[in-house]
Design a binder for this molecule. Structure first.
Ligand SMILES: [Zn+2]
Length: 538
């Protein structure tokens, strides 16, 4: 696979010194041949107005190379970046946009996030929020084929990047930088990550993205921070490198470990409990998950005290979730999970679109760890299940729908709470209840009405098979399964004339759609659900 590598340049804060930069680029190109792209991180514009820019803007001068830049990091320069989705600023100079992915014709993938971290609401025009980071992660990491990206561009350094690495000089990475950027880098696994704003050059030793002996080898990440253009100390501000897009490389070549590779700075490694809870523990981060935002609050608190003691174990260390005995389609960390269907991730549970759902918004509430049924859930997981239920009720209600929920703990290994919205105009809650009772009777299934706030745990013994349906009023109808229960019962009733009247959809296998269609539905759900998403709350 002999692919001609792309030749790229990355640059730190330009701060309006366009001539210095472009003259330097010209000199380099004259000496060692042309480069394909120049990527600028940090402050591209200076804070004071300057005539130099006018010359580029009006075309009197021209950048000698296709140049891509990140947006503003302060109020003074917001005005230069009119279009949040990116735009051409001058000939050969393009603003990438607030956040997103740029895929070159070569297949090279560059993810960019403009601005500095902000936890304020509303988010200033020159900042990104936890939401921005989680949406980038969800957008990119939620497909099962996701391996990583070629390049990540951010202006701030990622917090803790110096951990396990060579010295970052005067920059204390436990205090400086953005924890959200660390989270992004953890999820995206860039092969190169460039940042600036600290007015210094730091090339960290490459770090690993996999856990040795626990996960298959993955490519390493090189983090490079660049100084400001034309700095008097002559610190490096321009970095030249060659890269073959990862999608064109074979795996063996891609995952070759450099001899000086180090531990992942953002991960707590086995014995060394040196990083606070703000960084996901290895077992929480397997296969690109999204836990980081949830620990964010804790992380801020902790770092503001400046204590990152090596010895103090965090008192609320979450237990490792239960593991399945074999492959499982629903354990979030397992490779079998169809990640493109995952639409929201909490601390203990997640939401995924049902495969072959009864309707477009048929979702499942699933525990992240391996639990067979609600009876086995620990209190903290139950609490989050309830939170998801309440949130989904509000979400569907806002769309003129009521939620029907059911669980079948029979011939299934991993708890799936099915949540199906039924249009209010379709029928009343009593109609739904009647339909379940009538159709159960027809099939000699004994459905018992159980008191509204009673817990399934009090009714079903661990290990006992059961089915129950929960109505939007909180009423539940419960059936203790002795033997032979129709697996599609819940679906059949909901699909029947009495409720949704889509009898041809009672078998999920008849409802399967293409992966592209599934992706589209998942994308739409994520977007629509966002205003209700409690996992984004502080
Ligand atoms: Zn499982």
């Amino acid at each position: 696979m002999a692919q001609k590598p792309l030749r790229l340049l990355a640059c730190g804060d330009v701060e309006g010194k366009f001539d210095v930069l472009f003259n330097r680029v010209r000199a380099i190109q004259k000496k060692s041949g042309n480069f394909d792209l120049l990527l600028c991180v940090g402050n591209f514009f200076g804070s004071t107005p300057d005539a130099e820019w006018e010359e580029y803007k009006t075309g009197i001068k021209k950048a000698p190379i296709q140049t891509y830049v990140l947006g503003a990091n302060n109020q003074e320069t917001v005005k230069y970046f009119q279009d949040a989705d990116g735009c051409e600023l001058a000939e050969n100079i393009t603003y990438l946009g607030r956040k997103g992915i740029f895929t070159g014709s070569s297949g090279l993938q560059i993810v960019y996030l403009s601005g500095t971290e902000s936890l304020d609401e509303p988010v200033p025009g020159y900042s990104f929020s936890p939401k921005d980071v989680s949406s980038l992660r969800t957008m990119l990491c939620s497909t099962s084929q996701f391996k990583g990206v070629d390049i990540l561009l951010t202006s701030p350094w990622p917090k803790y990047v110096g951990n396990f690495g060579n010295s970052s000089g005067e920059v204390d990475t436990k205090k400086c930088g953005s924890a959200l950027v660390s989270s992004l880098a953890t999820g995206l696994k860039p092969r190169y990550h460039f940042a600036a704003l600290e007015k210094t050059y730091y090339e960290r030793l490459p770090y690993r993205n996999h856990i040795v002996l626990q996960e298959n080898a993955q490519h390493a990440t090189r983090f490079i921070a660049l100084a400001n253009v034309g700095n008097p100390e002559k610190k490096k501000y321009l970095y030249a490198f060659s890269i073959v897009p990862m999608k064109l490389m074979d795996t063996a070549e891609l995952v070759k470990q450099p001899p000086d590779v180090t531990e992942n700075p953002y991960r707590k490694s086995g014995k060394e409990a040196s990083i606070g809870k703000q960084i996901p523990a290895p077992e929480e981060e397997t296969a690109c998950q999204f836990f980081f935002d949830l620990n964010e609050k804790q992380g801020r608190k902790r770092s503001s005290t400046g204590r990152d003691s090596k010895s103090s174990p965090h008192p609320k260390q979450p237990r490792k979730p239960p593991q399945p005995p074999g492959p499982c389609w629903f354990c979030l960390a397992s490779p079998e999970v169809e990640k493109h269907l995952v639409v929201n991730i909490g601390t203990h549970c997640y939401l995924a679109l049902a495969k072959g759902g009864l309707c477009d918004d048929h979702v499942l509430i699933l525990p992240i760890g391996h639990y067979q049924s609600v009876v086995e859930l620990s209190a903290e997981v139950v609490e989050e299940v309830e939170k998801y239920k309440a949130t989904l009720r509000r979400f569907f209600k806002s769309r003129g729908e009521r939620c029907v929920l059911f669980e079948r703990n029979y011939k299934s290994h991993h708890l799936q709470l099915q949540v199906i919205p039924v249009p209010l105009s379709c029928c009343t809650t009593d109609d739904i209840k009647d339909a379940f009772i009538t159709q159960a009777q027809e099939q000699q299934i004994e459905l018992l009405e159980i008191p509204e706030h009673s817990d399934i745990k009090q009714i079903a013994q661990p290990g006992a098979a059961y089915f129950y349906v929960e109505l939007d009023t909180g009423e539940k109808l419960f059936h203790r399964i002795k033997k032979n229960f129709p697996l599609q019962f819940g679906r059949e009733v909901l699909a029947s004339e009495a409720i949704l009247n889509i009898p041809d959809k009672s078998d999920w296998r008849q409802c399967q759609i293409s992966k592209e269609e599934e992706e589209t539905l998942a994308c739409r759900f994520r977007k629509d659900f966002e205003p209700f998403d409690f996992t984004l709350d502080d």
